[in-house]
Design a protein around this ligand. Structure first.
Ligand SMILES: *Cc1c(COP(=O)(O)O)cnc(C)c1O
Length: 401
């Protein structure tokens, strides 16, 4: 982004966040922020949002007591927050419904979005179909080749998919292309941001729309156990399912919050996506946050077996929670995540997304060290059907996709 502008006010999370964007987008972001302030407590908006979450997306999601895992690991009681059971198979729909509803209220008729593996693109195309809106998805060319099935799925839902050929042709380049497209056409277009990242008000909107996860889990755990959990664990890419899982517990200091980053081949290798552990402060994609970058501020190539965690930055609120030590962030390797993918399938009969299995792997490590009267909630951010072929390949089994 060439013309940079920073604002210092409530748009920040400590030193992180802000709006580092071209001048032309500044006024539009303000309109989005104003519209969000107007509608977020508007009874009709809230009613329509709740109705769609409950009757279209299949909420509330279950908080499932994982009895076999608990007995097998022999420590803390483990509950799984089942975002994998949502329509379209992950937590992303919670956020997309909220942002698309806001777009409609603002009189927009066209949704654009970036996507990496295609999960956010599919969720956005789904809601665009439901709302009869135009939809265009920006996806790195490399990713369109790796994720052909999701490209076709988006097209089936009526979206147009643009392969992005700039940079390394992956997710970060798709975000740049989508921001650029938005800049050139703001009158009828709303940019549906896929994670708790980007310039204000996106991190706040995504936080709020995903906090339905912890609003539900808090009520559910109080009903099941009569007390708050000792620990909440979630995987972190940009950080949307994690911030949604943490939100209602941030002011409960006795609840430990653990974010699991993708360490790839290892936190100390150059094939990693462990942004918080390994990154440094920088400005990219409209926000100040932590990024994997070289000494010149060039964004590094990142790597993880999980396409959904393969992002070189993290949302600004997580950067702040890490700095304040309110949440702790740990790296989980490909190998540990694959092992957890197999473990939860065999012990609980759940094929969970490889992203989510980064959180499951940490639970496997920590639960045996905790006592039997302690409680962990682990978010399963999505279902793992999409990963079966690539995990088979990782294990040396070649199956036709
Ligand atoms: C996209 C995705 C993630 C990572 O995104 P966050 O914004 O960090 O939640 C994690 N799990 C699944 C299943 C995803 O689709």
């Amino acid at each position: 982004m060439k013309e940079m502008q920073a604002k210092t006010d409530t748009r920040h999370y400590g030193q992180f966040g802000g709006q580092y964007i071209p001048e032309t987008l500044m006024a539009e972001l303000q309109r989005v922020a104003d519209a969000y302030d107007k509608y977020r407590n508007d009874p009709d908006f809230v009613k329509e949002l709740d109705d769609l979450l409950n009757n279209y997306a299949n909420r509330p999601s279950l908080l499932y007591y994982a009895k076999q895992m608990t007995e097998d690991l022999g420590g803390a009681k483990i509950y799984l927050k089942r975002e994998d059971l949502n329509h379209t198979g992950a937590h992303k729909i919670n956020n997309v419904i909220g942002q698309a509803l806001l777009a409609k209220r603002m009189g927009k008729t066209r949704l654009i979005a970036e996507t990496g593996a295609g999960q956010h693109g599919v969720a956005t195309a789904t809601i665009a179909a439901l709302f009869k809106m135009d939809c265009e998805i920006f996806m790195g060319k490399v990713d369109t080749e790796r994720q052909k099935l999701n490209v076709y799925r988006m097209e089936l839902l009526g979206a147009k998919v643009h392969p992005v050929t700039t940079g390394s042709m992956v997710l970060k380049d798709a975000v740049n292309a989508a921001l650029q497209e938005w800049t050139s056409r703001i009158d009828d277009t709303f940019y549906v941001m896929g994670s708790a990242v980007g310039p204000y008000p996106f991190p706040k909107m995504v936080h709020d729309f995903q906090s339905v996860i912890s609003k539900e889990s808090k009520q559910q755990i109080l009903e099941a156990e009569g007390k708050l959990p000792d620990m909440v664990v979630a995987c972190v890419g940009g950080g949307s399912n994690a911030i949604g899982s943490f939100a209602e517990y941030i002011n409960d200091p006795d609840v430990k919050l653990i974010g699991c980053e993708a360490a790839g081949k290892g936190v100390n290798t150059d094939q990693t996506a462990a942004t918080i552990e390994r990154g440094s402060v920088g400005i990219f994609h409209g926000m100040k946050s932590l990024f994997l970058q070289n000494n010149d501020g060039q964004i590094d190539k990142v790597y993880s077996i999980s396409a959904g965690l393969d992002y070189p930055g993290v949302g600004p609120e997580h950067a702040q929670l890490a700095e304040l030590k309110r949440a702790q962030y740990v790296g989980v390797t490909d190998e540990e995540a694959v092992q957890a993918f197999e473990y939860i399938a065999k012990t609980e009969g759940i094929v969970a997304a490889i992203e989510s299995c980064h959180a499951v792997a940490y639970v496997e490590k920590i639960a045996p060290k905790m006592s039997k009267d302690q409680v962990i909630i682990c978010t399963l951010s999505g279902r793992g059907d999409k990963d079966v072929a690539s995990i088979a390949k990782y294990r040396g089994v070649d199956i036709d996709e």
